[in-house]
Write a protein that binds this ligand. Structure first.
Ligand code: ADP
Ligand code: MG
Length: 391
């Protein structure tokens, strides 16, 4: 099974329905962070340059299947126009008469942007009628929105089956190539560092990494549950009491496969997230303290294994890094990854923000903006939006 690629499609003189990830943060009709638009622009440009008429579409936020002016893609049209360097005609609907007419009038080299797909319940419902209406707008389908590939929605899954000519865009292809390398052909030693708030939501990925990695370092809030499962006092730290048994079984699994499981040996604690930080051995956490970061010894352990790694994956901050007092561990991991000669992949919302803040993005092999999709992919889940583009 191989991924069909955009470059292999005949697009000249054809209408291309292009699913993008333009899910940007908006405030009062202004785009707060245009990273996703900037990254999507070269895909649009390439199609236009090849003589395609491009009908771009995306979701934005959590519109509940009906129009919500606060979640309109209209403010994104201007930003897209600037990055692509071509006028964007914005259509205030994604299907129906307006969309049909705009698509029919579109000439090669011209660009349309449809309104937020999630203004119709058919999008998240993967409704066949909604899929058919979307598909009727174009001749060719390209999906470049990896971040929603784990959802079987109309624009990511249902619509693909209605296009004999369909392919993955370059951003999607790059994500899949990097994550496949980590998942299936990781050069050893393979070191995975997993942190963030909780185990839940990442359990399947954690289990997969506990099988595949040579070293699995656990940090952040999720490590607390593993520490507590080992009988360590974690005081008032964030823990998932219902997952103690699960933590024990992941640890036992890793050990039975010879995977080294690294837990914090020292931590930064405070009485609360606004309290003064104090570094202690993990065995010395007080009953009224919270673990809010990993300590310097733990940072050093992780940096040492990362320095020897040939493949490294990181998801999840090592502490409450939004507060400078508890950000040192997270930034130390970011720097250690940047310094490593391994093939380095970072994925996840907050982890990506952390490597951006640390200024190391250019020194990493791949920064996956896929969030949930990247974690599911690594866990071995067949993503509907990717499966639809295989042949
Ligand atoms: P990602 O988005 O990279 O997958 P998560 O969403 O799982 O990461 O977790 C990020 C959040 O975890 C951050 O907001 C951070 O404050 C929180 N966090 C990390 N370590 C701790 C901790 N020890 N205690 C409480 N919260 C933590
Ligand atoms: Mg997150």
């Amino acid at each position: 099974m191989a991924l069909r690629l955009m470059d292999e499609l005949q697009v000249s003189g054809r209408r291309v329905l292009l699913r993008l990830d333009l899910n940007v943060p908006l405030k009062d009709g202004k785009v707060l962070d245009d990273t996703r638009v900037r990254e999507a622009a070269p895909t649009v440009r390439a199609l236009l340059d090849r003589g395609a008429a491009v009908i771009a579409c995306s979701h934005l936020g959590r519109a509940k299947g009906k129009p919500d002016p606060a979640l309109s893609l209209a403010p994104v049209a201007g930003v897209l126009e600037r990055y692509v360097g071509t006028p964007v005609r914005f259509v205030p609907d994604s299907v129906g008469e307006l969309a049909r007419r705009a698509a029919a009038e579109l000439r090669p080299g011209e660009l349309l942007l449809l309104e937020n797909l999630r203004f119709h319940s058919g999008e998240e419902g993967n409704d066949p009628e909604f899929c058919a209406q979307l598909a009727a707008l174009a001749d060719v389908y390209v999906n470049d929105a990896f971040g929603t590939a784990h959802r079987a929605h109309a624009s990511t899954a249902g619509v693909a089956a209605l296009f004999p000519a369909r392919a993955a865009g370059p951003l999607m292809a790059r994500e899949i190539a990097a994550l496949t390398k980590v998942r299936d052909t990781a050069e050893r030693p393979f070191v995975a560092v997993v942190g963030g708030a909780k185990i839940s939501g990442k359990l399947e990925t954690l289990k997969a990494l506990a099988h595949k990695a040579d070293t699995l370092a656990l940090v952040g809030g999720m490590a607390n549950t593993f520490l507590l499962a080992n009988g360590v006092t974690v005081g008032k730290s964030l823990v998932e009491n219902d997952l103690l048994e699960v933590a024990r079984s992941v640890a036992a699994d890793a050990s039975s496969r010879g995977v080294a499981l690294l837990l914090p040996v020292d931590v930064v604690v405070a009485a609360n997230p606004d309290g003064p930080p104090c570094t202690v051995a993990t065995s010395d956490v007080g009953a009224d303290q919270m673990i809010l970061d990993i300590g310097p010894l733990t940072q050093e352990h992780i940096a040492t294994v990362l320095a020897q790694a040939r493949t490294a994956f990181w998801n999840g901050p090592a502490g409450m890094f939004e507060k400078p007092a508890f950000a040192k561990g997270t930034f130390a991991i970011a720097r250690a990854l940047a310094a490593s000669r391994a093939f380095t992949v970072v994925g996840g919302g907050e982890s990506v923000a952390a490597v951006q803040q640390a200024g190391v993005v250019d020194r990493l092999s791949h920064v996956s903006t896929g969030g949930g999709a990247s974690l599911e992919f690594l866990a071995g889940v067949d993503l509907p939006g990717v499966a639809a583009l295989m042949e």
